[in-house]
Write a protein that binds this ligand. Structure first.
Ligand code: BTN
Length: 257
């Protein structure tokens, strides 16, 4: 994988890093800074968030200094693509620093088995000079068992618990930004291939829990569906094989089994 100009053939802007002790949310601060004219390549980092936001209107919990949390402003054709690049960079950072690394769970989670260690939230930002995506990563780094008992349904875990050792947040951040730069410049097919290689539950039986939506079919479904996870398509839809038919799930949550 290349860095610098990148296979996408455009000069990538340098990182413009803003670091804070406490923020409401790095995604919200990134939006405010972009509204004030901050450029693509903006990176907003916080040691603690008081109003961390997750997907589907959920909150994102952290204890000060125990999570890696940052948001990046990127020009990208979809929130899905930006989120995949960031999730892959986070995984690669853990591996580069000697860990096993988590898998990517559709749509935007980082997991060890069924347990969630991180998540990505991408939001669009419209600009006259070209729309951007604000991609926020939250990674549980230094939590001990019990410290993350916020919502058992999310089965939260941490790098400390899964990898059995402590992690330096600054090293993780540096490695993640290095990895993101490579993937930001990489052809999309290269990232798709890498994400498939680390896709949780690929080929296994999964349940898609309500509420979820099927691609091209309006409205939310309220009954769970079970099927074999066959992959993720170019638009970011989950490919679920049910009774010999391939369904495309546009949004929702997946559980193993
Ligand atoms: C999810 O799993 O639902 C996505 C979680 C995303 C959390 C990160 S933490 C940094 C950034 N700022 C936020 O408020 N949310 C994202």
């Amino acid at each position: 994988m290349s860095s610098g100009v990148g296979e996408r053939g455009r000069e990538l802007p340098p990182w413009e890093i803003r670091e804070y002790d406490t923020l409401d949310s790095t995604n919200l601060e990134a939006r405010r800074l972009l509204e004030g004219g901050a450029p693509e390549g903006l990176v907003v980092i916080a040691r603690h968030q008081t109003g961390g936001r997750g997907r589907m209107g959920r909150q994102w919990f952290d204890l000060p200094g125990k999570s890696l949390m940052f948001s990046v402003a990127m020009r990208e054709s979809s929130g899905f693509r930006a989120a995949v690049r960031v999730a892959l960079a986070a995984r690669a950072a853990v591996v580069e620093l000697g860990g096993r690394g988590p898998d990517l769970k559709w749509p935007n989670d980082l997991v060890y088995g069924e347990r969630k260690v991180g998540g990505v939230l991408s939001e669009s930002f419209a600009r006259e000079t070209g729309d951007l995506v604000i991609v926020g990563l939250g990674l549980n780094v230094g939590y001990l068992p019990g410290e993350l008992d916020i919502d058992a349904r999310l089965a939260p875990t941490s790098l400390l618990i899964e990898e059995g050792r402590t992690w330096d947040r600054v090293e993780l951040l540096r490695a993640a930004l290095r990895g993101l730069r490579e993937r930001w410049g990489a052809a999309w097919e290269v990232c798709m291939e890498e994400s498939r290689a680390h896709l949780a539950f690929l080929g296994s039986a999964v349940t898609v829990n309500p509420p979820y939506a099927l691609a091209g079919s309006p409205g939310r479904r309220e009954e769970a569906i079970r099927g074999l996870l066959r992959g993720v398509d170019e638009e970011g839809n989950l490919l679920l094989e049910v009774g010999g038919e391939l369904l495309r799930v546009a949004s929702g949550d997946v559980a193993g089994g």
